[in-house]
Design a protein around this ligand. Structure first.
Ligand code: BG6
Ligand code: MG
Length: 269
């Protein structure tokens, strides 16, 4: 693997609550019922498609012009919340994994459906870590269409099969798979098939002490690394030739499959 493409909302930055508040305020004004579950279904999809999800619960029909006005109104509420965004709103462990991947020579991109990506990255000072950004302003079809990830890979100068996507939304996982990329699923949501699942981005923190002499392993789960995840993640995220050793239980060897085609494998029981 030569590149990692990160989704933004819910993976690197905690903007989900702001999206929820923006849609909830609009829904209240319009007298439309709106729940957290409705909001979950809006993850990863574009603003206009998110509005369609909201309007499914309304008995009224709306003109194109009214829809556009509602989407604009919601965005104004959302952008109001974004003004308070700071460095502290990046999710725990996000910066650490970005720094570690860069140190390991991996190219990094953002692949987000959000048209507010530049504002969010500016407010949270995230631009500095990335070689490329592809977002909702660049695409015509949002996730689950693969367009945004294919564009991100192209901007990195990498073929899709050399990229891993990190995603927290079902639509995003599907988009990554349709792009021909491997995918790390983040968070508790039902995401469909992923190559690796972690509870949050913090579980992908790289252990700085192992980043030496071409030996790269990842600690997954803080002080209690899960060796199987360590092995899989290393194999997925890094060029196989940079992996000199992987520690994993014998029973999990088959899980590694073809992903590791060089290096020494140490077994532990
Ligand atoms: C995605 C979010 O990142 O961006 C979705 O997960 C959101 O919930 C979409 O609808 C579009 O965002 P924006 O900022 O362009 O309205
Ligand atoms: Mg997301």
């Amino acid at each position: 693997m030569k590149g990692v493409i990160f989704d933004l909302d819910g993976v690197l930055v905690s903007t989900d609550e702001f999206h929820y508040r923006g849609w909830a305020r609009l829904a209240t004004e319009e007298g439309i019922p709106f729940t957290r579950e409705d909001n979950h279904r809006q993850r990863g999809v574009s603003r206009m498609e998110s509005l369609e999800i909201l309007l499914k619960k309304s008995p009224k029909s709306y003109s194109g012009e009214q829809r556009l006005e509602m989407a604009t109104r919601k965005n104004a509420y959302y952008v109001e919340c974004l003004q308070n965004l700071t460095l502290a709103d990046t999710l725990p462990g996000a910066r650490e994994i970005l720094v570690a991947l860069r140190a390991a020579g991996i190219k990094l991109a953002v692949g987000s459906s959000s048209r507010n990506t530049p504002l969010i990255m500016e407010k949270t000072d995230l631009f500095r870590y990335f070689d490329a950004v592809a977002d909702g302003n660049d695409i015509t079809r949002s996730k689950p269409d693969p367009e945004v990830f294919l564009l991100a890979a192209r901007r990195l100068g990498l073929p899709p099969e050399e990229c891993v996507v990190v995603e927290d939304a079902e639509a995003g996982v599907e988009a990554a798979r349709r792009a021909g990329m491997r995918v790390v699923g983040v968070g508790p949501a039902e995401l469909g098939p992923c190559d690796l699942r972690v509870r949050n981005i913090g579980e992908l923190t790289a252990d700085a002490q192992t980043l030496h002499a071409g030996v790269v392993t990842f600690s997954v789960g803080g002080s209690q690394p899960d060796p199987r995840s360590v092995a899989l993640l290393s194999a997925m995220l890094l060029q196989p030739e940079s992996i000199n050793s992987v520690v994993l239980p014998e029973k999990d060897l088959s899980a590694l499959g073809q992903r590791l085609d060089s290096g020494i494998i140490y077994l532990y029981s």
